[in-house]
Design a protein around this ligand. Structure first.
Ligand code: GLA
Length: 381
């Protein structure tokens, strides 16, 4: 179901976007915007970015999220490679962080507490004994303020929100921003940034579920993945890193040469409550803070290739192990392992490894700024 097209009205309502096109032509470049629905009485908007090569990206201000990415396959047929839902109401109901901006701290914090400057802070324990993805109502479950932008790289949307001091137990008022830009080079650029008025951990993460064969096309086990990482962070039974930065050599996590995701999948079988599959943080090669290509994913059927470049130290490779056959867009069925997430990030539980060699400091201080860039580039082979 496509959202209503109200381009001209929304150019005015959202404010002064120069590239906004009237007429709603599906082939035109630029941005369309419209009301998608309501959540708890609040209006939720959806936006479509288009470039001149037939690529389209749908975004939503609830969770500052991506709801669709449509790219031409090797035969020029448009394929939606992102899992999502037809109605906004389904996102909070089927909440597994589909497409959203996760914060204030993505991934896990051991025991749901941390110490900072002599104070102990208690957070929601919402994932076994640990804190996950910002708590009970993290950044993914709020409506952000949206502004249409036109940059030299292409049209986009800037989402902002102020996370008040004390929200989900975190100190400091955090002013957060997530910018999405679609370029004429077939890149979806995501730039996440934040500032604070008091020291706080900050690790904002993007959580799209990808299936380059098309959402609902079965599992991703036949897709080929390369991750440029010599090391990973081994974890305990609750997915908290032990602190070791282990080499991937000789382990199923050695994706340096590129391999089918299914080839070593049996190394992580289901075990009790653990659904099995990949759910690991790899330590990316190259200099932290420098944008470098770190991952390449390709699908044998559509020929669609996605590379990811980032300035971050780590990437959570998660094979949709908790997907459970729920119904997605257009009645598609999202079976277990029917998608994967490649979440660039600071290493999980970094707050408890401060000062350790190889671990970055996730504490954001007043007067400094947090920055995180992800570039998804689409081609075919
Ligand atoms: C991350 C985590 C997973 C899971 C998903 C959301 O990728 O590492 O364990 O919680 O988010 O379902």
């Amino acid at each position: 179901m496509r959202h209503p097209i109200l381009p001209v009205l929304l150019c005015l309502a959202v404010g002064g976007f120069v590239g906004c096109k009237g007429g709603g032509s599906m082939s035109s470049e630029g941005v369309e915007a419209g009301r998608w629905g309501d959540l708890d009485g609040d209006r939720v908007q959806r936006f479509t970015l288009r470039n001149g090569n037939g690529m389209e990206v749908d975004l939503c201000d609830y969770g500052a999220m991506v709801t669709s990415v449509r790219v031409p396959d090797r035969n020029g047929i448009s394929v939606d490679v992102v899992l999502g839902f037809d109605s906004i109401e389904e996102y909070p109901q089927k909440s597994q962080y589909f497409g959203c901006t996760v914060g204030r701290v993505g991934n896990r914090i051991a025991g749901g507490s941390f110490e900072l400057d002599g104070e102990t802070y208690s957070l929601a324990v919402n994932n076994g004994p640990n804190h996950l993805h910002g708590g009970e109502r993290g950044f993914d479950k709020h409506i952000w303020t949206a502004t249409q932008i036109l940059t030299s790289r292409g049209a986009g949307i800037r989402f902002t929100r102020v996370s008040p001091a004390g929200e989900e137990g975190y100190p400091g008022t955090l002013e957060a921003e997530a910018i999405y830009i679609l370029t004429e080079n077939d890149e979806l650029v995501i730039e996440m940034s934040a500032t604070t008025d008091a020291a706080t951990p900050c690790n904002i993460v993007h959580h799209t579920y990808w299936n380059l064969g098309g959402h609902g096309s079965g599992t991703v086990l036949d897709e080929t993945l390369l991750i440029d990482a010599d090391r990973y962070t081994p974890v305990d039974a609750t997915l908290i890193p032990t602190g070791e930065l282990a080499f991937v050599d000789g382990t199923p996590l050695d994706f340096r040469a590129g391999k089918s995701i299914g080839s070593d999948f049996g190394a992580f079988p289901p075990n009790g409550d653990d659904p099995g599959g990949f759910d690991h943080n790899l330590c990316l090669n190259g200099e932290v803070g420098t944008i470098r290509e770190v991952a390449r994913l390709s699908d044998p059927t559509t020929g669609i290739v996605m590379t990811i470049s980032t300035d971050q130290p780590g990437i959570q490779f998660y094979t949709g192990n908790f997907l459970n056959g729920m119904t997605g867009k257009g009645g598609a069925v999202y079976e277990k392992n029917g998608a994967l997430c490649l979440e660039t990030q600071a290493f999980p539980d970094s707050i408890h490894q401060r000062g350790e060699l190889g671990w970055s400091d996730v504490v954001l201080k007043p007067g400094t700024s947090y920055g995180h860039v992800m570039v998804h580039r689409f081609t075919t082979d």
